[in-house]
Write a protein that binds this ligand. Structure first.
Ligand code: BGC
Length: 312
């Protein structure tokens, strides 16, 4: 090859591991990046309590070890992990619905060390949004698309002509003098004991607040509460059309896998993170993620369940 000849670009990965860390369960599967379908069974363990970074990394490690042992994971296959908080440079900066010890812990480096492969941390709602934008309800939609995930908290993902504006955190805007998710998330509805009618009206007021500032062209509702859409659709109103997410159970996994493979993540972010990777990985992170977590992996393996099989 002459010195000026162009090297062929590295082949884009066709599969990646998607990891979804929620308040009750930690789930993972291999995802086919060209179709958004699962290419392995979806494995789940209960989220350890307290859900510290060390304990969760151990749980994730146990699940991924199982996927590897079952022959679903090729060496070097990238992974992405969705977590409920603002993600900056591989660390959570906030932790409203997860143990506070996550804040500023070198989570991406710990996962990378434990899983022995490149791992990208992503906000859980952004992951769900990436799945919808790539394969689901927001696929090919231009303009401003707002996805709200309604569950324990409220997560948000904002897309402008298919580009993600990450970590928007609209669940924490002030609504009726409070953090919105403490009044109108799925968990808040149950805690307050209000019916769908009242919740629907209040959720519409909350959406109106967001519409005043962002004027979305489409609103997508995801998360656990979107499965009950039929019960409250008639009480919802917004300027923009409202649809439910197409991915209900696997959006977090599919979107995290996409993020792990660099899909939907701005090239500038990837370049910046690659430049700072060795420092972020630090020796302490590697040690704590490696040895301690491996000991707990046996316990994780004992509690693993197969949630479902990939479609045939
Ligand atoms: C967190 C968000 C997250 C959402 C849904 C909120 O409390 O701040 O980062 O996306 O919950 O899990």
């Amino acid at each position: 090859m002459s010195p000026r000849a162009k090297r062929p670009a590295p082949a884009a990965p066709r599969t990646a591991i998607g990891i979804d860390v929620g308040g009750t369960g930690v789930k993972a599967a291999v995802v086919d990046l060209s179709t958004g379908e699962l290419a392995s069974p979806r494995l789940r363990v209960k989220t350890p309590q307290p859900a510290t970074p060390e304990a969760v990394v151990a749980a994730v490690g146990g699940i991924v070890d199982q996927l590897v042992a079952d022959g679903h994971v090729a060496p070097g296959m990238p992974a992405g992990a969705g977590l409920p908080g603002v993600v900056k440079a591989g660390r959570l900066m906030t932790a409203a619905n997860i143990d506070r010890s996550w804040i500023e812990a070198p989570a991406e480096a710990m996962l990378t060390a434990r899983l022995d492969r490149p791992v990208r941390l992503v906000n859980d709602a952004d992951a769900a949004g990436l799945a919808e934008a790539t394969f689901g309800a927001a696929k090919g939609v231009l303009g401003t698309v707002l996805l709200l995930t309604i569950g324990t908290g409220i997560g948000s993902a904002l897309f402008i002509d298919g580009h993600l504006l990450d970590s928007t955190e609209f669940g924490h805007v002030t609504y009726r003098g409070k953090d919105a998710e403490t009044l109108v998330s799925g968990a808040a509805r149950e805690r307050r004991g209000i019916g769908w009618k009242q919740w629907g009206r209040e959720f519409s007021e909350y959406m109106a607040l967001l519409e005043r500032w962002f004027w979305p062209d489409l609103i997508i509702l995801g998360g656990g509460v979107s499965k009950e859409y039929a019960k409250y659709a008639k009480y919802l109103s917004a300027r923009a059309p409202i649809v439910t997410a197409q991915y209900l159970n696997t959006s977090g996994i599919v979107g995290a896998a996409l993020a792990g493979a660099g899909v939907g993540i701005a090239a500038a972010v990837i370049a910046r993170e690659a430049a700072s990777a060795p420092a972020a990985a630090g020796p302490d992170a590697a040690v704590s993620a490696g040895s301690g977590a491996r000991v707990q992996a046996a316990q994780v393996a004992a509690s693993l369940v197969i949630e479902d099989q990939p479609p045939r």
